[in-house]
Ligand binder design. Structure first.
Ligand SMILES: [Fe+2]
Ligand SMILES: [Fe+2]
Length: 169
């Protein structure tokens, strides 16, 4: 079945949001590497790669449906953050924004009786739950660290271990 124009446009926008996340997390990785916190750098590099995969999953779906991919401009992400906490807070905010955009698309798909789109989107709903929880956890731990060097270095090592374990999966 051909996708309704409204849905098609929204899917292309979601793909753009995933590409922006890929770019945002790449910039965040650079922020941490440049601050000599390579564990967090590795963490965001890993997240960036994952966002790229989210975009590709949408791309493949469009192609599978014989739909058209529309290239859209990708915004330039902010580079300078007040602190590691501020950086993670922004990542968490962005994940929540993306979750909402998937909810809106899912609602539209339901209203239009687009069950195949609905089924496709459920994967993203679950993924967003995981990513929100991940970012929320780091925000909480960084709040506890309160910007103190030893605590930050400890969390940096934890972030490295996390990124490493995700890569081995
Ligand atoms: Fe994503
Ligand atoms: Fe994400």
């Amino acid at each position: 079945m051909t996708l309704p124009t409204e849905i098609l446009q929204h899917l292309n926008e979601q793909l753009n949001r995933e590409l922006y996340a890929q770019y945002l997390y790449l910039v965040m990785a650079s922020y941490f590497y440049e601050k000599d916190l390579p564990g967090f750098g590795h963490f965001f590099l890993r997240q960036s790669k994952e966002e790229g995969e989210h975009a590709m999953r949408l791309f493949r779906y469009l192609m599978e449906k014989g739909a058209s991919f529309q290239p859209l401009p990708i915004e330039i992400p902010p580079k300078n953050y007040e602190s590691p906490l501020a950086c993670f807070e922004m990542a968490y905010e962005y994940e929540k924004k993306v979750t909402l955009s998937y909810y809106n698309l899912l609602k539209k798909a339901r209203d239009l009786g687009e069950y195949d789109v609905e089924e496709f989107l459920l994967w993203y709903i679950r993924e967003q739950r995981e990513e929100e929880s991940l970012m929320q956890g780091w925000v909480a731990r960084l709040r506890l660290a309160n910007g103190e060097g030893p605590a930050l270095l400890l969390l940096d090592r934890e972030a490295a271990a996390y990124a490493q374990s995700e890569e081995e999966e």
